[in-house]
Design a protein around this ligand. Structure first.
Ligand code: HEC
Length: 107
């Protein structure tokens, strides 16, 4: 009986973990392409990429950087930086921002 209980408890925990739905990098990529690529993509005429290059960042395209932290991304998106506007939660929800972080932060 106690074994069965243990099994059921483990099962319930597994179901709960699956339902928590962690921020997905896949979703992050889609959100990123919509809102960020126009300024942070590759090629000419991308002000975010150009600004990073001007500051001497070796890999100015955001998606290729290895040094981005959750804090940097959340601050840039919610407060803006330089000519980058801040984004409201009606544009990029907290869940979408978490997905962008999952997509951009490489551990
Ligand atoms: C209108 C153009 C524009 C858009 C759209 C934009 N950015 Fe930016 N972003 C910039 C510019 C320009 C800078 C650099 C500011 C500076 O260094 O003066 C920047 C800087 C940043 C930085 C800081 C990088 C560093 O080295 O500190 C992060 C992180 C960032 N952007 C993330 C994002 C994300 C994520 C999105 C999409 C939600 C986004 N940006 C959308 C223009 C943009």
């Amino acid at each position: 009986m106690s074994r069965l209980r243990l099994l059921l408890a483990l099962l319930a925990a597994a179901v709960a973990a699956a339902a928590a739905d962690p921020p997905s990098a896949e979703r992050g990529r889609a959100v990123y392409q919509k809102w960020c690529t126009p300024c942070h993509g590759t090629g000419l005429g991308k002000p975010g990429t150009a600004a990073a290059a001007a500051h001497g960042v070796k890999t100015p395209v955001l998606e290729q950087r290895q040094d981005l932290s959750q804090k940097m991304i959340e601050s840039a998106v919610r407060k803006g930086t330089g000519i980058m506007p801040r984004f409201r939660k009606t544009e990029i929800s907290d869940a979408d921002l978490a997905a962008i972080v999952a997509y951009l932060v490489h551990k």
